[in-house]
Ligand binder design. Structure first.
Ligand code: 5AD
Ligand code: SF4
Length: 449
């Protein structure tokens, strides 16, 4: 079997970034090395995203650039991984003739075989979806660092009518709790300080009698100095047990990403989201009661088919009621093969643009007000390194995932937990001053001067 050096570019969600580490794990086991830039690679792979049309257009643009590289170096193997591989295999191979390998999210184990086929001058195509593949036994390739992603389940059974994920990533299946805990133990031993458990719908996690709350609790117990985050939660499946688990474990972050998508019950029904706004707001209230200081982020779609001005106002209204710390906000993008695609795309582009802008402006105002309210308060920050703008400042994040900047000083290192006092805030960033270090020991918090 021939091998060489591989360069992977990753687009889209955190799940794709976690998958890239799995792919590199598979390839490294076969003797491939990792190239630091595309010019040095024998194989270039794009791990792609299909969630919205603009994601796909960007990747087509990138393929256009890579064509030049391939013209100069015809033996170069160019491949597409991820959701676009699943959705557009024919188009990619037949029309975009420069692609040699097309492998979907459930066939990464066999990627070396498909690359071999390409080295021999044929096209390597693997796009079967699986009901069981979780890559449980594959050790992902991770550079040293503070923060790691672990995908704990794959696929989605929700079939929201706008979404391609159930088609590109297949049915839901969970990894075993034991192998996830073992992976967190290894990360802790390597000095990682933060783990994010990933799944399209983590609340459906199930490993024999263990549900997602059990997994979170087990993850949190590995190392009290390690922060545990998770994403994404579906409002229908988020249980009270999970809220109590978050409240009980100090190192599970008090931050829930809970996509609402729309504030209108009529639209939620057309989206097949399976909850009402009343249920959603109830859940938010319950979470606020059970987890003091909890913060929320969300996903919102503007301009879903048939969305009226009143529907749009209902979305703005929900944003005002919940007061999200942050939001990912999108214009509706019709995806072929989904149910919503058949509903047409009847909200005109300029109306979508206007509604999205109103949503963004409102969110920015809310984030600003929330952050202003933190001035004078104390927070615990996990220090990540120098700030992007200057080595005179350090950057880290609070438990609720807010980027925080403090003046650098000798005794503060990446990976330290420090208590800070906030003295300035914008809608996106907190600024603070150092108060003291915090040391976490088994089962208790010890303050040091
Ligand atoms: N158009 C716009 N946004 C979409 N999302 C998913 N599918 C679409 C689409 N067709 C958004 C949803 C989801 C997030 C990951 O992407 O808000 O929660
Ligand atoms: Fe897509 Fe809905 Fe599944 Fe999220 S829950 S991946 S939006 S189908």
């Amino acid at each position: 079997m021939k091998n060489g050096s591989v360069y992977i570019e990753t687009y889209g969600c955190q799940m794709n970034f976690a998958d890239t580490e799995i792919v590199l794990g598979v390839l490294k086991k076969q003797g491939y090395t990792v190239a630091q830039n595309p010019e040095d690679a024998d194989i270039i792979l794009l791990n792609t995203c299909s969630i919205r049309d603009n994601a796909e257009q960007r990747i087509y643009g990138r393929l256009g650039n890579l064509k030049n590289l391939k013209t100069k170096k015809p033996e170069l193997v160019l491949g597409i991984l991820g959701c676009m591989a699943e959705r557009l295999r024919k188009d990619l191979i037949e029309e975009k003739k420069i692609v040699d390998v097309v492998v979907g999210p459930d066939e990464y184990r066999r990627l070396p075989e498909y690359i071999d086929i390409a080295f021999n001058g044929d096209k390597g195509i693997g796009v079967k979806l699986s009901r069981t593949e979780t890559y449980d036994d594959i050790e992902p390739h991770r550079e040293d660092g503070l923060s790691a992603w672990i995908s704990v389940m794959r696929g989605c059974d929700k079939f929201c009518t706008f979404c391609v994920v159930p088609f590109t990533r297949g049915r839901e299946r969970s990894r075993s709790l034991n192998s996830i805990v073992k992976e967190i133990e290894d990360l802790s031993a390597r000095g990682f300080k933060e783990v994010t458990l990933l799944g399209q719908n983590v609340n459906s996690y199930q490993d024999e009698e263990n549900d997602f709350s059990d997994l979170l609790a087990a993850a949190a117990k590995v190392d009290p100095s390690m922060r545990i985050r998770f994403t994404t939660s579906h409002p229908q499946d988020l249980s009270e047990k999970l809220l109590y688990t978050i409240a009980e474990q100090q190192n599970i972050c008090n931050y829930i990403h809970l996509p609402v998508q729309s504030g209108s019950n009529r639209i939620l029904e057309l989206m097949n989201r399976t909850y009402t706004i009343e249920h959603y707001l109830n859940l938010i209230e319950k979470a606020k009661r059970i987890i003091p200081g909890v913060s929320f982020s969300t996903d919102i779609i503007a301009g879903f088919p048939t969305e009226t001005w009143e529907d749009h106002l209902a979305t703005l209204d929900v944003m005002r009621q919940v007061r999200y710390d942050g939001a990912y906000m999108f214009k509706y993008s019709p995806r072929e093969g989904t149910k919503a695609y058949k509903m047409g795309d009847d909200v005109p582009e300029d109306v979508k643009t206007k509604r999205l802008q109103e949503i963004i402006d409102l969110q920015q105002q809310i984030s600003y007000e929330i952050n202003q309210g933190l001035i004078g308060k104390e927070e615990i920050v996990l220090v990540e390194g120098f700030s992007r703008k200057s080595n005179e400042f350090l950057s880290g994040r609070t438990d609720t995932n807010k980027v925080t900047i403090i003046p650098a000083q000798e005794n503060i290192k990446p990976g330290d937990y420090i208590r800070i006092k906030i003295n300035k805030a914008t809608s996106a960033t907190l600024f603070g001053e150092y108060l003291s270090h915090i040391v976490f020991e088994k089962s208790s918090v010890v303050l040091s001067a």
